[in-house]
Ligand binder design. Structure first.
Ligand code: HEM
Length: 443
């Protein structure tokens, strides 16, 4: 990042640069990148985004001690970058060669043979495997499985009258579901929870490295099992896809889908529940009022997106991007969190259209799982609030703790109380049959 140069005569940046940045000549070295790791960012990302915006559309940040990046914080600049595949590549290998092998963000940002880190034809081939197979899951089957997983979890704590909705519900629900979808045996679920969470926290070289290895090792075993005994699950469908992925490529696709799928869905569910329970505008929702789970989910996507900063890109050649000189091999990230809350030219705050947002990213690498993710999150929230109608936060929302990490907006805990319920319904919606939609004649 030393070689990065920001335009000093950018008015916004001059204000931010008071801490030792001389005004003009045209470009100067970045004085002090703003850390996105640690407690300060986790506690109040908005305050950090406000500081970053003073640099203009792109700001200098550190995503781990000593690991710099340019962060795109403007909505327009984010869209410019995400749609410009001629200038920007997703292949991190040139950047990767510049960071130490134990760099704590490498397990998340290092190159792999899957859609997230590849361009052009390789990207299209990989992405098709994901979109084709996700498209084979019937929404009714997915909803039924979500309800069933939700009921099973609610039964575990309903009689207690208290729960931590992160640990007891939002974290386990997508895990149960995705493990089913990918054919992971139930007794192995715990082997995935901690390493998947550690990847996004990027908390230290050893922890992140171990987490990456644990996920790859586990998924490797799973894929080998499915090679021998294919089933009606996404892992087997990846293996059978006409793109003819190698076994190693399938391992990286399954690991990506589990990593990209489970944690953000957890965050979407818990962030939305915390809004519904902690904000008067939603209070009436639980008693049958106006704002629905769908509204809460969309407000979270705009204001506390589960993936707050990611979209790693690298310039194919030296560029000047919104006043910043960026050279090949430098890491550029998109702040979905910052960009969402300042759609350029639009007034801040809620709007009747639900508000433009980039929580799913945009362009060719936008999330391919929007539909399933929304269906899972809204169903999970409806199922919970339908059964425990007087859920209330056990601590005020502004005292809830958020997990550290540059990449996500993730609650650490969501303590709630409610009237104990002894006889929650055994899932009337327990799924029957496979994942695919039933053929029309069976309806
Ligand atoms: C609330 C839930 C989710 C959110 C907010 C979300 C958001 C995103 C975002 C922002 C990206 C762009 C990645 C980047 O910035 O580099 C992305 C990519 C991706 N997501 Fe999701 N996602 C969610 C759920 C899922 C699920 C459930 C799956 C899979 C089953 C999934 C699979 C993927 C894949 C494979 C990519 C890479 C696409 C590509 O590079 O072409 N996501 N997602």
């Amino acid at each position: 990042m030393d070689s990065a140069r920001y335009r000093a005569n950018d008015g916004a940046h001059a204000a931010a640069g008071r801490s030792g940045t001389p005004a003009g000549p045209a470009y100067h070295r970045v004085p002090r990148p703003v850390p996105l790791y640690g407690a300060e960012f986790a506690a109040d990302p908005r305050a950090v985004y406000a500081r970053l915006r003073r640099y203009g559309q792109v700001a200098p940040v550190e995503i781990a001690p000593g690991v710099g990046a340019h962060l795109v914080v403007g909505y327009r600049a984010a869209l410019d970058l995400l749609h410009d595949t001629e200038t920007w590549s997703k292949d991190p290998r040139a950047w990767q060669a510049t960071v130490p092998p134990d760099c704590p963000v490498l397990p998340l940002l290092g190159w792999r043979p899957n859609p997230m880190y590849n361009d052009g034809e390789a990207h299209r081939r990989y992405r098709r495997v994901v979109t084709d197979t996700l498209g084979m899951i019937g929404p009714h089957a997915l909803r039924a499985r979500t309800r069933s997983a939700a009921d099973a979890l609610i039964r575990r704590f309903a009689a207690a009258g208290t729960a931590d909705l992160v640990a007891d519900y939002a974290r386990d629900l997508p895990l149960m579901l995705f493990n089913q979808l990918f054919g992971v045996p139930e007794e192995d679920h715990d082997r995935l929870v901690a390493p998947l969470a550690a990847l996004l926290e990027a908390s230290g070289p050893r922890a992140a490295g171990r987490a990456g290895d644990a996920v790859t090792r586990y998924v490797g075993e799973l894929v080998n099992r499915k090679v021998r005994e294919p089933g009606d699950d996404l892992t087997s469908w990846f293996l059978a896809h006409p793109a003819r992925l190698t076994t190693e490529e399938v391992v990286h696709h399954v690991a990506l889908a589990l990593g990209a799928g489970i944690e953000p869905v957890t965050n979407l569910i818990s962030n939305a529940l915390s809004r519904m329970l902690g904000d008067d505008r939603y209070y009436s929702t639980l008693a049958g009022g106006a704002l629905t789970a769908w509204d809460a989910v969309h407000d979270v996507l705009r204001e506390e997106p589960p993936i707050a900063n990611l979209g790693a890109h690298f310039p194919r050649r030296a560029v000047e991007f919104h006043g910043v000189r960026i050279t090949p091999g430098e890491l550029v990230l998109i702040s979905y969190g910052a960009a969402n809350t300042t759609p350029d030219g639009l007034p801040p705050g809620p709007r009747s259209d639900g508000g433009a947002h980039l929580a799913w990213s945009a362009g060719p690498h936008a999330c391919p799982a929007r539909g399933p993710a929304l269906l899972i999150a809204t169903t999970a929230i409806e199922q919970l609030t339908g059964q425990l109608c007087d859920l209330a936060l056990a601590v005020p929302r502004d005292r809830l703790a958020w997990r550290p990490g540059p990449f996500h907006t993730a609650l650490a805990h969501l303590p709630v109380r409610f009237t104990p319920v002894r006889d929650t319904p055994a899932s009337a919606s327990a799924p029957r049959g496979g994942l695919r939609p039933a053929p029309p004649h069976r309806l």
